[in-house]
Design a protein around this ligand. Structure first.
Ligand code: ZN
Length: 138
């Protein structure tokens, strides 16, 4: 496994019943069961969990004629990053939408070396968030 694999990633757990996301990272592993508000298990009495490894940041796609992928916590932060990077104000009619996890994992960004990388690959290499991850302008 790549030593970089967990960088800028987090583990989230899911309720077995309602599938709500729970962050139990700071709970002691022997603490079980852990219950969801719905009455279902997050950690079962025998210690079973459902989990996923997700980026620590959400990602938005901005389409203003060009496409830009920006790691940010919300749309306001997306606009702040865009304005700072391009030194111009993002148009009000630009489309800003969250990027789904399967898209984040799909390698579709071309690097200068001609390789294809995923947005998650780029997130792993980031030192700070929010950030512009990729753009079709390049
Ligand atoms: Zn639940």
């Amino acid at each position: 496994m790549n030593e970089n694999f967990m960088r800028n990633m987090k583990v989230v757990n899911y309720c077995w019943t309602c599938h709500k996301v729970h962050n139990i990272g700071d709970r002691h592993p022997s603490e079980k069961p852990i219950m969801c508000e719905c009455g279902g298990y997050v950690v079962t009495p025998s210690g079973k969990v459902q989990f996923a490894i997700l980026p620590v940041t959400s990602v938005f796609k901005v389409d203003d004629g060009e496409r830009h992928w920006i790691a940010a916590k919300d749309v306001d932060e997306v606009r702040t990053v865009y304005n700072a990077v391009y030194d111009e104000t993002l148009e009000d009619d630009a489309v800003i939408e969250p990027v789904a996890l399967d898209v984040l994992r799909h390698p579709f960004i071309s690097t200068e070396e001609g390789r294809k990388v995923s947005l998650i690959d780029i997130i792993r290499d980031q030192n700070d968030f929010p950030a512009l991850l990729a753009s079709s302008v390049w």
